[in-house]
Design a protein around this ligand. Structure first.
Ligand SMILES: Nc1nc2c(c(=O)[nH]1)N[C@H]1C(S)=C(S)[C@@H](COP(=O)(O)OP(=O)(O)OC[C@H]3O[C@@H](n4cnc5c(N)ncnc54)[C@H](O)[C@@H]3O)O[C@H]1N2
Ligand code: MOO
Length: 388
């Protein structure tokens, strides 16, 4: 059995980056910016007022008085120039008129007709946002996951079309005679297929386009037929049938179909039966069937794979540190990803860690990482975890 880190490295080695495409700005949310884009203008494009008040020159003192000679608003500046003893009524976002060098806020001014008098000396701030203070024309936004703030930044840069990585297509195949879809009528020996729904949501949030294929019965022919439906997918994710039982067919059937294996079985808990390899033009990721195992291996393997396919050079989740609240016995030879609750900087693993318990997983906010063969841990010690 190989370590989690080895398995992740081998899987990511299968991730040849996808091509890019250009999409309208609004369609770029949550996608990977595939190439640097340059600002097409300065922002602000002119020295702009940061406050509502009066634009004047110099460093006026309390009692100084000015004649108001015009107005500058956002979207319509003051065309003339402003001389000594003159002021322009100005509003936030307006271009600062030629000849002025600061904005006195209106709260500090008494106005009578077209004259203003300063109640206090102008303060040290000029209340002006200089041209290009946010960014200058030509400034670049480097490849990254585009968050909402990045969309606003691209818009301000006047970038309407955005180069992003093509969405990876992920096909999900749940396997097992016991499975029916939610809303169907399960037979007495059947359960509801649940894992695909978590995994599909996870993949979509990571930018993938998803296909939920029909459940494959536990026979070679049925599994082959569903594999055929996955044709063209960048990633095929099977769920279940990865272990050693007589009905665990994924490795065998995929092998007969030409799977070039990268690994099968990883020293982790949950998730030991995980397998991966290249199947034709697709990457095959065979997840274990237990719900917690499937979702955690999805988190640790499927998500990084999807990020890497889209070009993210650092696709792996970064462990954080928290303070343990309870003693933990020494860990065995498999890295253990314990379902845990995080409160501030303190982490408490759930007492029950069975890999079939979706209620516990749903309550969990962290996966406490016990490295393989880690010794006993005491309350107060710092331990690694992954946010969940
Ligand atoms: N003799 C051994 N038995 C098992 C081993 C082992 O090493 N030796 N490994 C165990 C571990 S660890 C895991 S994890 C499971 C995973 O096995 P499979 O990947 O073959 O999964 P299945 O047997 O098909 O299913 C396991 C469990 O999960 C339920 N399941 C399956 N698919 C779904 C789904 N889409 N939604 C909800 N639940 C699902 C299934 O009904 C089973 O209860 O093997 C252990 N056995
Ligand atoms: O290692 Mo399995 O994934 O615990 O249930």
């Amino acid at each position: 059995m190989i370590s989690v880190e080895d398995a992740q490295t081998r899987l990511l080695a299968l991730a040849a980056p996808l091509s890019s495409e250009t999409v309208p700005l609004r369609a770029a949310a949550n996608r990977w910016l595939a190439a640097p884009v340059a600002a097409r203008r300065d922002q602000p494009p002119f020295d702009a007022s940061a406050m509502d008040g009066y634009a004047v020159a110099g460093d006026p003192a309390a009692g100084d008085s000015f004649q108001v000679v015009g107005e500058a608003g956002a979207g319509h500046g003051f065309a003339g120039s402003v001389g000594p003893g003159q002021a322009v009524r100005i509003f936030t976002g307006a271009p600062v008129p030629a000849g002025t060098s600061r904005v006195v806020i209106q709260e500090d001014v008494d106005r009578q007709g077209d004259r203003i008098t300063l109640r206090v000396a102008a303060d040290s701030g000029r209340n002006i946002r200089p041209q290009g203070a946010d960014f200058a024309a030509g400034a670049r936004l480097a490849p990254r996951w585009l968050r909402p703030a990045d969309l606003a930044l691209l818009a301000a840069m006047n970038v309407a079309q955005v180069p992003v990585a093509r969405r990876p297509v992920v096909a999900f195949i749940a396997t097992g005679d016991e499975l029916v879809m939610p809303g169907e009528d399960p037979g007495p020996d059947q359960i509801i297929a649940s894992n695909s729904f978590a995994l599909e949501a996870m993949a979509r949030a990571a930018g993938a386009e998803t296909r939920l294929l029909p459940i494959a019965r536990d026979e070679d022919a049925a599994l082959r037929a569903v594999f055929a439906l996955a044709d063209g997918a960048d990633v095929i994710v099977t769920i279940g049938g990865a272990s050693v039982g007589d009905h665990d067919l994924v490795a065998r059937t995929a092998g007969d179909l030409g799977l070039v294996p990268a690994f099968h079985k990883v020293a982790m808990r949950p998730g030991k039966p995980l397998l991966a390899g290249r199947l034709g033009a697709s990457v095959l990721l065979g997840l274990p069937g237990n719900p917690v195992s499937a979702i955690i291996t999805g988190q640790l393997f499927l998500l990084p794979l999807l990020r890497a396919l889209q070009g993210d050079p650092a696709p792996l989740p970064a462990p954080q540190a928290a303070i343990l609240t309870e003693p933990l016995p020494a860990n065995g030879p498999r890295a253990h990803y314990m379902r845990a609750r995080l409160a501030g900087d303190r982490i408490t693993p759930f007492a029950q860690q069975d890999s079939a318990l979706l209620t516990i997983l749903s309550e969990a906010s962290a996966l406490l990482i016990r490295p393989a063969s880690d010794g006993q841990r005491q309350p107060g010690e710092t331990v690694p975890y992954l946010p969940f």
